[in-house]
Design a protein around this ligand. Structure first.
Ligand code: NDP
Length: 492
């Protein structure tokens, strides 16, 4: 293809969505495709999100193994100490491997790549960072998003999720700000790796928007496992502890280690002049008036679409309040030749959704088959400990919509109960009273992410409670409860 233009398609952004769209347009439809990426190929998910995060989840879960194994008769197993440097080296190796795969997928499909940033110059032209321009019949913006810090003085002393994977050393204590996916996942991960974790969330309960009962159980479990979670609490002031005139404050880790002020001060001066996020202990004042010192502060206070300095508004592409690109159901902007997919559109900010949006875009533009993106009933998981898996409506959302029956059970799972642990799991189904369709499913349990993928099929297929019940239980499992709950816990 491509005669009057340099390319049929030029993709800006080499994350999961952009790479998928580029290689399918080129590989399956024979389009001439260019792609520009100013950072590493693979984007947020592969390089500084889902993948390294999940590997850290695995790392953090080993800490509880020896204690549980002892109850199962394993003598002399002990936890040892977590070797961050060793882990980080292996992690970096894995990320290099994955980035290589992404690059190979593009070159294998004959996509021409440009390792630099690009911006939109006009409806059919992109400008690369080196000043050269490329023309394209279609432009796809897939630039993702970036983590933001709150607007308070000295906020740059805190790190964001991007920074975690490259830390020189793990802190002894950390304050995590926020109550969303990233805050809760890293609170559990770092707690499991032996870091003393304090979490401040400004609202009444973490994981706003999810089923109340499910997020309540996640919060309770996090506290039981050692996360010092404070809801109704936010950060209002911060500075380096050494800059605080009132002298050194006890850190969360000093207190538990019984360090004297002098010892604590000596430890702090050792870390002076370190890289961002590791410049030394940070004094923090909370909205509740509490003042404390932490070795590190992590802001997990949300992400913004990456549309800064992209030239979009100059060419007539509309941006929303957060800077997200406004698109229709086919991911098309108001400028017909320009499309956008993934987090930059701030629809459902999940990797598999960006990939589906990329596929639907290709089908629409190169397959001559207008394909809207289906954003309904998307299952997702929060990799806390225990995990939370969710699909469909929460109890609160469903009862605003129609009359429902709630089937719910919470119990101590066999594996950890045998080891004397008190942790509980939860299985919950929200059922329409009228149609009997299962409107939502919420699971809080180890491996809930794996479970909700399967239940997601049944919920997406709009199966009824009776069809769930007609499925024979797999025994003994936790998830058999999903097909054996006979009586509703309540109706609403
Ligand atoms: P979220 O939007 O989920 O959470 C942001 C949190 O920060 C909320 O608790 C919010 O509070 C709080 N917050 C926002 N601004 C401030 C502020 N100025 N001061 C104090 N607190 C503040 O964002 P995340 O960064 O956790 O995650 C971003 C997206 O990444 C998610 O929406 C998700 O789509 C994706 N993601 C998915 C994962 C998965 O699938 N497992 C894992 C990680 C990320 P409030 O509730 O009051 O607004």
């Amino acid at each position: 293809m491509a005669d009057k233009f340099d390319f049929d398609l030029f993709v800006i952004g080499g994350g999961s969505g952009g790479v998928r769209a580029a290689r399918v347009a080129a590989g399956e439809y024979g389009a001439k495709v260019g792609l520009a990426e100013g950072d590493r190929y693979g984007g947020t998910c592969v390089i500084r999100g889902c993948v390294p995060k999940k590997l850290m989840v695995f790392a953090s879960e080993y800490s509880s193994v020896p204690e549980e194994a002892a109850a199962y008769g394993w003598d002399d197993m002990h936890a040892g100490t977590f070797n961050w440097h060793g882990f980080r080296e292996r992690l970096n190796g894995e990320l290099d491997r994955l980035e290589g795969i992404y690059r190979n997928l593009l070159s294998g499909a004959d996509v021409e790549t440009f390792d630099q940033r690009a911006k939109v110059k006009d409806a059919h032209t992109v400008e690369l960072a080196d000043g050269t321009t490329k023309s394209a019949k279609h432009i796809l913006v897939a630039t993702g998003g970036y983590p933001v810090r709150p607007d308070i003085p000295n906020a740059d002393l805190g790190i964001v999720s991007d920074d975690i994977f490259q830390l020189e050393k793990l802190p002894k204590s950390i304050l995590i700000i926020g109550g969303g996916y990233i805050a809760c996942e890293f609170a559990c991960i770092l707690n499991g790796l032996g870091v003393e974790v304090t979490q401040y969330y400004r609202g009444a309960q973490i994981l706003r928007g999810f089923d109340d009962e499910a997020r309540g159980l996640v919060a309770e479990s996090m506290k039981e496992s050692g996360v010092d979670l404070h809801v109704g609490s936010d950060i209002v002031e911060m500075c380096l502890a050494k800059d605080k005139h009132d002298g050194p404050q006890p850190t969360a880790s000093d207190a538990s280690m019984g360090m004297s002020d002098k010892e604590a001060e000596a430890m702090r001066s050792e870390t002076d002049g370190a890289v961002a996020g590791q410049q030394g202990p940070i004094w923090v004042k909370a909205s509740t008036g509490t003042e404390k010192v932490f070795d590190m502060v992590l802001f997990a206070t949300g992400r913004m679409p990456s549309t800064n300095d992209m030239g979009l508004e100059d060419v007539g592409v509309k941006l929303g309040r957060k800077g997200e690109i406004e698109v229709d159901e086919y991911s098309q902007t108001g400028v017909p030749s320009i499309y956008a997919i993934g987090d930059v559109t701030d629809r459902v900010n999940l990797t598999p959704v960006a990939i589906r949006e990329g596929m639907a875009f290709v089908q629409t533009v190169f397959g001559s088959d207008p394909t809207p993106v289906d954003h309904d009933l998307i299952p997702s998981a929060i990799f806390t400990q225990p995990e939370m898996g969710t699909v469909g409506l929460s109890e609160e959302q469903a009862q605003d919509q129609e009359e429902i029956e709630v089937y719910c059970t919470s119990f101590k799972p066999m594996q950890t109960s045998f080891a004397g642990k008190s942790n509980r799991v939860m299985m919950k189904l929200i059922v329409s009273k009228e149609s009997r369709v299962v409107l939502g499913c919420h699971i809080v349990a180890p491996n809930a992410g794996e479970l909700i993928q399967m239940v997601g099929i049944a919920v997406k297929a709009k199966l009824t409670k009776e069809q769930f019940d007609a499925t024979c239980a797999v025994h003994p499992t936790m998830s058999e409860e999903l097909v054996t709950m006979r009586k509703p816990a309540r109706t609403a």
